[in-house]
Write a protein that binds this ligand. Structure first.
Ligand code: SF4
Length: 371
């Protein structure tokens, strides 16, 4: 029988679970406080709980649904990348990012979490896409990434997580139910849905469903191309949901949620960094009243795709206009780009071959916009 992950329960569900075993409901808050504290080593260390309850917890529940395999620190301690393993043996990553208080602004602590082990979408510039989909994560496994980060920040006395971005491994909207459940659970850990950013490759029906959900999470759309011929090759889901339908969904999401949508655009040298693309991107951002994040591509092993020079990125941003910001992927210096901590995981060979063939075609004949 699979042990109960405490992070899968809301506060009320944990209270009921305890009462069902003859324990007072207030123990739920005690247990939940322990889950956030540094230096906690499991149920045995919860010395303010009666021995009988600790024994019952040991027998029927797990302290965390994830095991930490490795932690890598970068950016002079401001970024920490965690390699984690689920009970089923799947490896996933989370990145802890500290934004110090600056010029009157309050500091933020953001956890970038994975929603799947691997990913089925297969974007050509992404290491995770080369793994294929290994598993959907449960809501508890998503929440436990944040609780692990909370304990580490608590150990460093820097405070609780303030923001969560669903930008790690996986396409969150392909794991819709568990992701929405995790967003609800995270609210009880002090992270409001408005402090959550969900990044999607563009699953139009699920974007519209999320709009109806009324959660108010911020939506980030991985656009990466300004015409369908190129986007079909970079982000294959575009063949099902082309750019026009995606921008239409973005407008509807923005109207329903009252949140500005972000268009993400990985800059790849010689592929999507021409001046025409910059101008079209600026127009698209204006059409959805959104903002553009330009992300110079992180190199991935076995791939020839590279970022443009820093000067070329600045020129591109200037052409996009005031809606554009250049963002460097934090966590890249923790190892390299998304998905690269899992050096022990090998890409699925036939999938890797297919993606490399698409990449080769991109480099040899980058497609221009339709005439
Ligand atoms: S960029 Fe995101 S959606 Fe695309 S393959 Fe990577 S993890 Fe999947």
């Amino acid at each position: 029988m699979t042990a109960l992950a405490l992070s899968s329960l809301s506060r009320e569900e944990l209270r009921r679970w305890l009462e069902g075993r003859g324990h007072p409901a207030y123990r739920a808050d005690q247990i939940r406080r322990h889950l956030l504290r540094a230096g906690e080593g499991g149920f045995a260390s919860m010395s303010d709980l009666p021995l009988q309850l600790r024994t019952e917890l040991e027998e029927s529940a797990v302290w965390s649904s994830l095991e930490v395999l490795a932690a890598t620190i970068a950016d002079r301690g401001l970024t920490e990348k965690l390699l984690l393993r689920t009970e089923a043996g799947h490896e996933v990553e989370a990145v802890m990012i500290t934004h110090p208080a600056w010029d009157g602004s309050r500091g933020r602590r953001t956890v970038c979490v994975s929603s799947q082990a691997g990913c089925a979408i297969g974007c050509v510039f992404c290491a995770t896409g080369r793994l294929g989909l290994r598993a959907n994560l449960t809501a508890a496994e998503i929440v436990d990434q944040v609780l692990e980060a909370a304990r580490r920040w608590d150990a460093a006395s820097v405070g609780r997580p303030t923001n969560v971005v669903l930008m790690g491994m996986g396409e969150p909207l392909q794991n819709y139910h568990q992701v929405v459940l995790a967003i609800h659970l995270l609210h009880e850990w002090g992270i409001s849905p408005r402090q959550v950013v969900l990044s999607t490759s563009g699953l139009v029906p699920e974007i519209l469903r999320l709009a109806e959900e009324g959660l108010g999470v911020r939506l980030a759309i991985s656009l990466h191309a300004t015409h369908d011929e190129l986007r079909d090759r970079l982000v294959p889901i575009n063949r099902r949901f082309p750019i026009a339908s995606l921008l239409d969904a973005a407008r509807k999401y923005s109207a329903a949620s009252g949140r500005r949508v972000t268009l993400e655009y990985v800059l790849i040298r010689g592929v999507n960094d021409d001046p025409g693309a910059a101008r079209r991107l600026g127009q698209m951002a204006a059409s959805v009243h959104g903002h553009v994040n330009l992300i110079p591509m992180n190199p991935i092993p076995g791939s020839d795709l590279r970022a443009p020079s820093a000067a070329a990125c600045r020129d591109f941003a200037a052409l996009v206009g005031p809606r554009a910001t250049i963002r460097h992927s934090r966590g890249d210096r923790a190892t390299a780009a998304c998905g690269q901590l899992r050096a022990s995981l090998t890409p699925e060979p036939r999938r890797q071959e297919r993606i490399l063939a698409r990449e080769l075609a991109l480099v040899e004949s980058p497609s221009g916009p339709p005439a």
